[in-house]
Design a protein around this ligand. Sequence first.
Ligand code: 0O2
Length: 215
Amino acid sequence: MELTLAELDNMLATYRQMEVELRVKLESLRAPLEAKYGRPVILFIESRTKKAKSLIEKARRYGWPVNSEISSRIKDIAGLRVIVQHLDDIERVVSILKNRRDLRLINEKDFVRSSKPSGYRSHHLIVEYEMYTPDGAVTLFAEIQVRTVGQHFWAVLQHSMMYKYGLEVPDHIAENLRLIAEETNKADEKMMVMRQAVSKDLETDQIRAYARHLA
Ligand code: 0O2
């Protein structure tokens, strides 16, 4: 039986509780990571719980009824993003998350190693998380996306352009966005190599040589 609007709102309130809890847990990793690596690793966290309208739209898109099974089918009702500085920070954060006992890894998509056809890059984890609601313990899915600030820049601007065009994205726009994604990835790689050089306390002329080598 389809959920009533009130039941859907109740369900989404539980997801919002999870979003808040997970956000605190992710935020709390920032300071120890900065202390460990001597620089910020996590820059910021974003999070959202889908609104009823967008949950219903997604269910319709897949042909699923919005019933009590919806929370086992749609696994990104609660979504969090961890924005990190460098490409190798993604692996650091992903490995930390995969080794926590309060999160159970259900599925992983590494769009960093192998980008989506749009050019999109990020590392996605679907996790299961147990929390305590006023009605007792429940275990729910959440999606955590980990990406560099460069990948985030591209994803935000690309998303807003795609939104304008809907499904009818002109080929030349899609192709340009793919090219910019590639350039962004090259910039991410160069920035990581520069950081590694800088952290080795190289002399200025060695840093310049690095920069020339990367150009
Ligand atoms: P929002 O606004 O982030 O909630 P599906 O969820 O059905 O679309 P799937 O396979 O379940 O597909 O999810 P997938 O491919 O793992 O990732 C979906 C999410 O990744 C999207 O969520 C976006 O956040 C992000 N994403 C995936 N591809 C792109 C892309 O080409 N460009 C941008 N900017 N983001 C992308 P939502 O729900 O679509 O959006």
